[in-house]
Design a protein around this ligand. Structure first.
Ligand SMILES: [Zn+2]
Length: 137
């Protein structure tokens, strides 16, 4: 599993700031996220059980052992990037459930709706995204 995938793991405790989106907006994003999830699933041609395995993957619980098992069962079917996207989608769905979707993971300010519409599983606002990208260079 890539480092990015581990970072994508989300727990309820991280949800400290509540979403400011309206119910209508939330329903729109939820529907979009579920569609994208379905699309990835059919592109990969994996079963629901295999997808659950990716989504429920918890690096905190089982450490490297789980990662090896997951790579062995799915390694040739799914790329790290696809797995990461799937996890990001699922993470966004969890955030919707806990009412903190659309909040920047770094500065905890709301992410602009226009940005979310372009990048539905965006985790950071534009300013924070720029800071992160500069640091990675
Ligand atoms: Zn931010």
């Amino acid at each position: 599993m890539t480092r990015a995938t581990k970072e994508n793991y989300y727990s309820e405790e991280e949800c400290t700031v509540k979403s400011i989106l309206t119910q209508n907006e939330i329903s729109f994003f939820k529907k979009e996220l579920e569609e994208q999830k379905k699309k990835i699933k059919s592109n990969l041609n994996i079963s629901s059980a295999e997808m659950d395995e990716i989504i429920n993957y918890d690096p905190k619980d089982e450490g490297d052992y789980a990662s090896i098992a997951l790579e062995q069962s799915l390694g040739n079917k799914i790329s790290d990037r696809q797995a990461d996207n799937l996890l990001l989608i699922n993470k966004s769905l969890k955030k919707i459930k806990h009412n903190c979707y659309g909040i920047c993971a770094l500065c905890e300010e709301p992410i602009r709706t226009e940005r979310l519409k372009i990048k539905i599983f965006a985790e950071y606002c534009i300013s924070c995204r720029e800071i992160i990208e500069k640091e990675r260079k």
